[in-house]
Design a protein around this ligand. Structure first.
Ligand code: SAH
Length: 210
C-alpha cells in the first residue's frame, strides 16, 4: 500500500497531522472488514484514491480558522476527515442520509482525537444550518448539489474565494454543468495540475458560487 508519506510529498504537516494521517490506513482497513465503507478494491489505495483526492481541496483553497464547512454525503468520511486533519482550526460538519457509515466516522475521530468534526444523520434537504462552503464527493450531479446547497451557504463572506460549493468530480461533466441555472458562476480545476499520480488525470474540482 502506498502510505502516508504520499501526503508528506505535497503538504507540510506537523507532528500530530503526520500521526493522524499515518493511522488512517490501518483504521479504515479494520473498519472495512466489518462495514463496507470503501469499495474493497480501493482500500489498498486509500492514500491516493481517498486521502490525497480529498486533500486536492486544500490545494485549491485554504479555509480560515473558525470557518464552517459542510461535507454533504460524507459516507465513510471523505473528503471531510482528511480535510479536518489538514485544517484543525476549522469546524467541519459531516452529514449523510445513511447512518451506518457515520458510526465509522465517529469512531475514527475518537481514535485519532479529531475534535473539529461533528457528524449528523440528516439529508441535505432537511438540514437547517449555514456554512461558508459545502465540500462533497461522489454524491449527486452539480445541479442537484446547487439546489440543495443554496440555503445551506451563508451570505456572509469571510474568505477571498466567495462562499460556494467545492465538488470533487470525474469524467465528462458537460451535461450536468449545462443543467446549472443560467448566470451561475462556476470554475473547473484539473486535479492533475496539483498531483502527478495517474489516478488524478481525469479528476476535477468544480467550484460553484451560490
Ligand atoms: N463522499 C463519500 C461517499 C460517497 S457515496 C465518498 O466520496 O467516499 C454517496 C453518499 O451520499 C452516500 O453515503 C449517500 O447516503 C449520501 N447522500 C446522497 N444524497 C444525500 C443527501 N441528499 N443528503 C445526505 N446524504 C446524501
Amino acid at each position: 500500500m502506498v502510505g502516508a508519506d504520499l501526503i508528506d510529498k505535497y503538504f507540510n504537516l506537523d507532528e500530530l497531522q503526520s500521526k493522524q494521517f499515518e493511522a488512517l490506513g490501518a483504521l479504515y482497513k479494520d473498519w472495512n472488514d466489518k462495514i463496507n465503507v470503501i469499495s474493497r478494491k480501493d482500500i489498498d489505495n486509500l492514500y491516493i484514491k481517498h486521502v490525497l483526492h480529498s486533500l486536492s481541496i486544500a490545494m485549491f483553497t485554504e479555509f480560515q480558522n473558525g470557518a464552517d464547512i459542510l461535507d454533504l454525503g460524507t459516507g465513510g468520511g471523505f473528503p471531510g476527515v482528511p480535510m479536518a486533519i489538514m485544517f484543525p482550526e476549522v469546524n467541519f460538519t459531516l452529514i449523510d442520509g445513511t447512518k451506518k457509515k457515520l458510526t465509522v466516522v465517529d469512531s475514527v475521530c475518537e481514535s485519532l482525537r479529531i475534535e473539529n468534526i461533528k457528524t449528523k444523520h440528516v439529508r441535505a434537504e432537511d438540514l437547517k444550518m449555514t456554512f461558508d462552503f459545502v465540500i462533497t464527493r461522489a454524491v449527486a450531479p452539480c445541479e442537484k448539489l446547487f439546489y440543495w446547497s443554496k440555503k445551506l451557504i451563508s451570505k456572509q463572506q469571510q474568505h477571498a474565494l466567495p462562499n460556494g460549493i467545492i465538488a470533487l468530480k470525474g469524467g465528462d461533466l458537460r451535461t450536468e454543468l449545462k443543467a446549472l441555472p443560467k448566470g451561475i458562476f462556476y470554475e473547473e480545476q484539473n486535479i492533475s495540475d496539483f498531483f502527478e499520480e495517474d489516478f488524478f488525470e481525469e479528476k476535477q474540482i468544480i467550484y460553484i458560487q451560490t
